[in-house]
Design a protein around this ligand. Structure first.
Ligand code: PMP
Length: 443
C-alpha cells in the first residue's frame, strides 16, 4: 500500500475482495480476458469523445448557486464603517470582508488581509515578499542565499510546485501519510538551512482528500522552531476549509492557536479563498498571519495596488452573511452524487482485482487513484487516445516525477453525471486492459 492510504477510517476505499486479484488468475483466463478488454478498448477509437476529468473546476450548476451576487448590493456601496467601496484605498480589504475571512479560517479578523480574486496570487505575494523584503521586515530575506528549498507533501497540488519553481525554489518531496505529511521526514529535512518552508493543504488535501490530524497540526506548528533556517514558513493553503461533502465535515485543528502555543506565530501564513464557494473567477482571497508578517506584506501590496475590489468584497459579505454553511450544503448536494458515481464505478469495475486503489474523500475536489506501478503514464495516454483527458502523469509530484508512475488525480466536479459515467467507464477499461497486459508481460 502507498503510505497515504487510510486504513482506520472508512472514507478511503481499497479494492474489495469480490473478485480474484488479476495477478492470480490462470494464465489462459487472463489472456482471454485481456484480449477482450483490448477489443473493447479498440472499439472506442474513432468515437469522437471529448471527456475531461483533469481540472478541479466547479460545474455550471455550482457556479450558478452564487448568481445572487449580482445585484445583492442594490445600489448600496457603503461598508459598515462608512467606506465607499467604489473608491480607491483600503489595502487590507474592508473590515467585514476580513470578518468573512475570519469565519472561513478561524483566525481573528485583525490578522487577515482580504485581497483580490485568487489565493494563488496572494501566495505569489508571500513568496515574493519572503524572497525580497523578508516576512519580518528585517535581514531575514530568502534571497540572502542562492539556494532555497520548500518541502512538498506528495502527492500534492501542481500549482504550488509551479509557483515555487517560478521563484527558483527547489522542491523536496515529503510523503503523505494517513494523518498528513510524514513529520519524521519533514523534521529530518528541515535540518538543511536552505529549506525555507513547507506547503500544506491541511483539509481535504489536493489530491488525497486527507485532513491533517491534531498531532500533525501541532507538529507542523513546531516545525519552524526546529528548522535550521531562521526564516522558515509553514504555507497553510486551506483551500477546502468549508468544502464538506457530507453533513459532518472533518475537524481541522487551529494552526493559528498551535503556532501561538509553540511560539512560532510569525512563521505560519495561511491562505483561503471563495473560489470554490461563489464564482471561481470572481471571488475574494484571504491571507492570515501575525501582525509582523502582515506589516511586511503591506509593503509589497501597497506598491502593487491602491486597494482590492472592495465592491466585490462587500457583495460577498452581503451574499454569504449568516448562510455560508447552507450555501456549502447546496454545493455538496450537487457534487456528492458525482463523487458517489466515481466510487460506484471504481468499486464495480475494479473491486477485488488488486490493480488499483483510490480515495473516497469526505470533502474537497479530488479523488486520488493509484494504479499498478509503471502504468499511470500509459493509462493516461490510452485514455487520451480515445477522447478522455486526465491530469498529466506525474502532475501531483514536483517536476512531474512520480517515482512509481502510479498516481492519477481525478477531478469529478465539472462534468455532468453522464459525462462522468462515460469517462469512468473508459478510465476503468484502460486500467483493466493495461494491468492485464502488464501482468501477462511479466509472466
Ligand atoms: N489551493 C488549492 C489547494 C487548490 O486546489 C486550488 C484550486 N484548484 C487553489 C489553491 C486555487 O485557489 P484560487 O482560485 O483562490 O487561486
Amino acid at each position: 500500500l502507498k503510505p497515504y492510504v487510510r486504513t482506520r477510517r472508512d472514507h478511503w476505499t481499497m479494492t474489495m475482495a469480490t473478485t480474484e486479484p488479476l495477478n492470480q488468475w490462470e494464465t489462459a483466463a487472463l489472456k482471454t480476458q485481456s484480449a477482450h478488454w483490448r477489443t473493447q478498448y479498440d472499439g472506442l477509437r474513432g468515437g469522437n469523445l471529448k471527456l475531461d476529468l483533469s481540472r478541479g473546476k466547479p460545474g455550471v450548476e455550482q457556479i450558478s448557486l452564487s448568481d445572487g451576487l449580482d445585484g445583492v448590493l442594490d445600489g448600496n456601496f457603503i461598508a459598515a464603517d462608512g467606506t465607499d467601496t467604489r473608491n480607491y484605498g483600503g489595502v487590507r480589504g474592508i473590515a467585514e470582508a476580513r470578518g468573512l475571512g475570519s469565519e472561513l479560517m478561524g483566525v481573528p479578523a485583525e490578522n487577515i488581509i482580504a485581497a483580490g480574486n485568487s489565493s494563488l496570487s496572494v501566495m505569489h505575494l508571500v513568496l515574493r515578499t519572503a524572497t525580497d523584503l523578508g516576512l519580518w521586515s528585517d535581514e531575514r530575506t530568502w534571497s540572502r542565499k542562492d539556494k532555497r528549498k520548500l518541502l512538498a507533501p506528495v502527492p500534492g497540488y501542481d500549482r504550488h510546485f509551479a509557483l515555487s519553481e517560478h521563484f527558483g525554489i527547489e522542491l523536496i518531496p515529503i510523503p503523505m501519510t494517513e494523518h498528513g505529511p510524514d513529520m519524521e521526514a519533514a523534521r529530518a529535512a528541515v535540518s538543511d538551512p536552505s529549506v525555507k518552508g513547507i506547503w500544506c493543504v491541511p483539509k481535504y488535501a489536493n489530491p488525497t482528500g486527507c485532513t491533517y490530524d491534531h498531532d500533525t497540526v501541532a507538529a507542523l506548528a513546531q516545525l519552524p522552531a526546529l528548522a535550521a533556517a531562521d526564516d522558515f514558513v509553514v504555507l497553510w493553503d486551506n483551500a477546502y476549509a468549508v468544502h464538506d461533502l457530507g453533513d459532518e465535515g472533518d475537524v481541522l485543528a487551529s494552526v493559528f492557536d498551535a503556532a501561538n502555543t509553540a511560539g512560532t506565530g510569525d512563521h505560519v501564513v495561511q491562505f483561503a479563498s471563495t473560489s470554490k464557494i461563489t464564482h471561481a473567477g470572481a471571488g475574494v482571497a484571504f491571507i492570515a498571519a501575525s501582525t509582523t508578517v502582515l506589516n511586511a506584506l503591506d509593503k509589497h501590496l501597497s506598491v502593487f495596488t491602491i486597494g482590492p475590489d472592495k465592491v466585490n468584497q462587500l457583495r460577498h459579505v452581503k451574499f454569504l452573511q449568516g448562510r455560508l454553511q447552507d450555501h456549502m450544503a447546496d454545493h455538496a448536494t450537487i457534487i456528492r452524487p458525482k463523487f458517489d458515481l466515481v466510487e460506484e464505478i471504481f468499486s464495480r469495475e475494479l473491486g477485488g482485482l488488486g490493480i488499483a486503489q483510490w480515495t473516497k474523500p469526505r470533502g474537497g475536489y479530488f479523488v486520488s487513484l493509484d494504479v499498478r506501478p509503471g502504468l499511470a503514464r500509459k493509462i493516461i495516454a490510452m485514455a487520451k487516445d480515445v477522447g478522455l483527458t486526465l491530469t498529466p502523469a506525474g502532475a501531483t509530484f514536483p517536476y512531474g516525477n512520480d517515482p512509481q508512475d502510479q498516481n492519477i488525480r481525478i477531478a469529478p466536479t465539472f462534468g455532468s453525471m453522464e459525462e462522468i459515467h462515460a469517462a469512468m467507464d473508459i478510465l476503468t477499461l484502460c486500467i483493466k486492459a493495461a494491468s492485464a497486459e502488464q501482468i501477462l508481460a511479466g509472466l
